[in-house]
Design a protein around this ligand. Structure first.
Ligand code: GLU
Length: 388
């Protein structure tokens, strides 16, 4: 490999923490980091997205996975993070790997300035040949501002650093077309359209947060950004290199051939919905050419309180989400513009404006390949009125 290739590796809690004792699994870390060393010698720049802080900290706060509530887990994460990093540091030393910790929250992805700032930090670490170990800052995040699971966190990181590969290491060897306990279940080696398997993947792991469904959502985000995802068993020798070389089976979710640009992918893959609008069908006729803005007269209804620069989800009258785009106005301004269709925008807002709610360049059509959010109930029922 001549060019450096960025690879993100997501490691689930069950691999890192002993299920009964809730202590670090050094044997696993050794196999992992030995293989990270191998990948680095092949020209990969490795970024780890590691879970495990909550699981490793639970005992210190006197809890178990079954008993812990939200604030127990937040405290446990604060206790477990140094234990986790210390384990990586010690084992990494054996293989000549320097590590660094980066703790993120949802806002570091969703706010574009913070997104770029975080990206610079990760790139700087890679430049210095250091392996960034990324986790969500669980101690300070609350439900509303969480990514919530490290599968999607890892996909967001992959998108952020322009990674070509994302390996999600877990306790199973990949995806099955139905519950793997079912004797009829078939292993799925390769996936192009993840929506084919979303139904089959309900269910959760015991120690971590995600199940197979969040892994597929993560893979969908990654593939849109041009990154291929491997879901693979972590509990083996050479857990990474044997999968990348095809020696061991795994489920490979193939990157799209025409990935979204970095800007489009940032708009389309936001996890938090600031607001939504229902628009007339004519908006969609020419949207693919990206010249058509969403104008005030296109808006049928709107939901949410948001500010300029927030990403809106754009629905058709049937309640199907068709696009996402950056709002050029606050929700209050849009309400005023839409409720007074006859009045000039300048008179209503006090400044000159073309009244383009979302500019064409900031409007990303969602093709069928994108996993959609559920339409908010209000939209599914009936698309009228300008509720708050
Ligand atoms: N951030 C959590 C932790 O470090 C894990 C989240 C997950 O497993 O997806 O424990």
């Amino acid at each position: 490999m001549t060019e450096k290739r960025n690879i993100v590796i997501k490691i689930g809690s069950a691999l890192l923490a002993n299920q009964d004792l809730l202590t670090p699994r050094f044997g696993f870390l050794q196999r992992l980091l030995e293989d990270v060393m191998r990948l680095r010698s092949q020209g990969y720049q490795v970024i780890l997205c590691s879970s495990g802080s909550v699981a490793l900290g639970l005992r210190m706060v006197g809890e178990t996975p079954e008993t812990a509530g939200v604030s127990d887990k937040q405290a446990a994460a604060a206790c477990g993070m140094p234990l986790l990093l210390n384990a990586y540091k010690q084992v990494g030393h054996e293989y000549g790997i320097e590590i660094a910790q980066v703790l993120l929250t949802l806002g570091d992805f969703e706010d574009h300035r913070r997104f770029l700032n975080t990206r610079n930090t990760v790139h700087r670490l890679l430049e210095a040949d250091i392996v960034p170990i990324i986790n969500e800052n669980d101690s300070i995040t609350t439900e509303e501002i969480r990514v919530g699971d490290n599968d999607r966190l890892a996909a967001k990181v992959a998108q952020m650093v322009g990674a070509q590969d994302l390996v999600i290491l877990t306790g199973v060897d990949g995806l099955y077309d139905r519950n793997p306990d079912d004797p009829e279940a078939q292993f799925v080696p390769e996936v192009t359209d993840v929506s084919d398997y979303m139904e089959a993947t309900k269910g959760k792991s015991t120690l971590g947060t995600g199940g197979m469904a969040t892994k597929l959502q993560a893979a969908n985000m990654a593939q849109e950004a041009g990154c291929t995802t491997w879901i693979a068993q972590g509990e083996v020798d050479r857990p990474l290199s044997a999968v990348l070389s095809g020696e061991r089976r795994s489920t490979k979710i193939i990157a799209h051939e025409n990935p979204l640009s970095g800007w489009d992918s940032w708009i389309a893959n936001r996890l938090q919905m600031a607001g939504s609008v229902v628009v007339k069908d004519t908006v969609f006729d020419t949207m693919a050419e990206r010249k058509r803005a969403v104008r005030r007269e296109d808006i049928i209804s709107m939901d949410g309180d948001f500010t300029r620069g927030d990403v809106l989800h754009i629905y058709d009258k049937q309640g199907v989400e068709r696009a996402r785009g950056l709002s050029d106005f606050t929700s209050e301004e849009i309400r005023v513009l839409v409720s007074n269709p006859e009045a000039e925008a300048e008179k209503l807002l006090g400044y000159r404006t073309k009244g383009e709610i979302i500019r064409g360049a900031n409007l990303v059509p969602l093709e069928t390949r994108h996993l959609l959010w559920d339409a908010p109930a209000a939209i599914a029922e009936e698309a009228t009125g300008l509720g708050g």
